[in-house]
Write a protein that binds this ligand. Structure first.
Ligand SMILES: Cc1cc2nc3c(=O)[nH]c(=O)nc-3n(C[C@H](O)[C@H](O)[C@H](O)COP(=O)(O)O)c2cc1C
Length: 331
């Protein structure tokens, strides 16, 4: 059972934090599909402290999403701790997560994200200061190392544990790898074998079988799924059912996929208004369409639609075409 700082998850399947994706609209869908824990997209510590409107909006948590982990990033102790205090007092997130994996130069140049991976002492100091300042459990999400010559995953996770961190999520790639190559689960196992706080394994979980294998072969306490859930929250549901019953539910039908895509869009419209939501939904819609037959022209047309009604008509016209010729599976 995955338990973090006294918070018990109903299953070990965790939706990964993803910038530009994990807002309440998608997180609620992940919850509808059973995720034990959902993670919010990263928020800048400075953005919170400067009361940047966009950053503050990113702190909104719907009661139905709980338990939820809210991630902040920063490179300096003072601002990181102050932002954590703000999240602690002013949000109903259950867990405060610190980003120690973001590989993007804009972030690492400010000594934030994956930059920390080079310095276990800094990790200890920053996490300890944060833990001391807040009531909510503090966790860290990290990569295994900076590059293949600087893999301090075990030392870094031990620093988190010593500092009072309640759990660690480990993405099995280095910063230099970005999203290339394969996640190294042997290193995730080394972390699991060397700390006693819960370890959530992350990287390349694309099927329910991958998730079961990760839990059994590497002994992690939870599995975190990112790209595998994009346009595919069924990945979460099918994984949870497989872990519970040993059986994998059917893949969704094309209509079911589009129905959920529309639910996602409607929730995003509630959150951000139609103008922004429809544009943001273009990428999500392409993900929902992945794997469906004959999506060439619908995928292109999604990118020029500007209203909910145009999107709805395009998608359901497409579904009617697919349903009229179900045997024709050529993409
Ligand atoms: C679009 C996108 C945005 C991401 N944003 C974040 C983020 O805000 N915070 C974070 O810790 N990781 C972020 N990640 C990394 C994921 O949480 C995860 O570690 C990575 O995708 C590997 O898991 P996967 O193979 O299941 O996708 C992001 C990944 C993607 C694809």
């Amino acid at each position: 059972m995955l338990e973090i700082g006294g918070i018990k998850m109903k299953n070990p399947v965790v939706l990964a934090p993803m910038a530009g994706v994990c807002n309440p609209a998608f997180r609620l869908i992940a919850k509808d599909f059973g995720a034990g824990l959902v993670c919010a997209e990263m928020v800048s510590d400075k953005g919170i402290l400067l009361e940047n409107e966009k950053s503050l909006k990113m702190l909104y948590v719907d009661e139905r999403e709980k338990p939820l982990s809210l991630q902040i990033f920063g490179g300096e102790r003072e601002s990181l701790v102050a932002a954590a205090k703000y999240v602690d007092k002013n949000t109903n997130a259950d867990i405060i997560d610190i980003n120690m994996g973001c590989p993007v130069p804009k972030i690492t140049k400010c000594d934030a994200g994956a930059r920390w991976l080079l310095d276990p002492d800094k990790i200890y100091e920053m996490v300890a200061a944060t833990v001391d300042a807040v009531q909510k459990p503090v966790t860290v999400k990290m990569r295994v190392g900076w590059d293949e010559d600087h893999i301090f995953a075990v030392e870094n996770a031990q620093a988190v544990e010593r500092a009072g961190g309640a759990a660690v999520a480990v993405h099995g790639r280095t910063r230099v790898q970005m999203y290339e190559g394969r996640a190294n689960w042997d290193i995730i196992k080394q972390v699991k074998d060397n700390v006693s706080i819960p370890v959530i394994g992350n990287g390349d979980i694309a099927t329910p079988h991958d998730a079961k294998h990760a839990l059994e072969a590497y002994g992690v306490d939870g599995v975190m799924i990112g790209r595998g859930a994009l346009g595919n929250p069924w990945m979460l549901y099918r994984t949870i059912k497989f872990l519970e019953t040993g059986e994998i539910p059917q893949e969704p039908t094309p209509r079911e996929k589009i129905d959920i895509c529309m639910l996602h869009m409607d929730r995003l419209i509630d959150l951000k208004g139609e103008y922004v939501a429809v544009r943001e939904m273009r990428k999500h819609t392409a993900w929902y369409l992945k794997g469906l037959p004959k999506t060439g022209s619908v995928r292109n047309e999604v990118n020029i639609k500007t209203t909910r009604e145009e999107m709805r008509k395009l998608l359901y016209d497409y579904i009617e075409e697919v349903e009229a010729k179900p045997a024709d599976k050529v993409s």
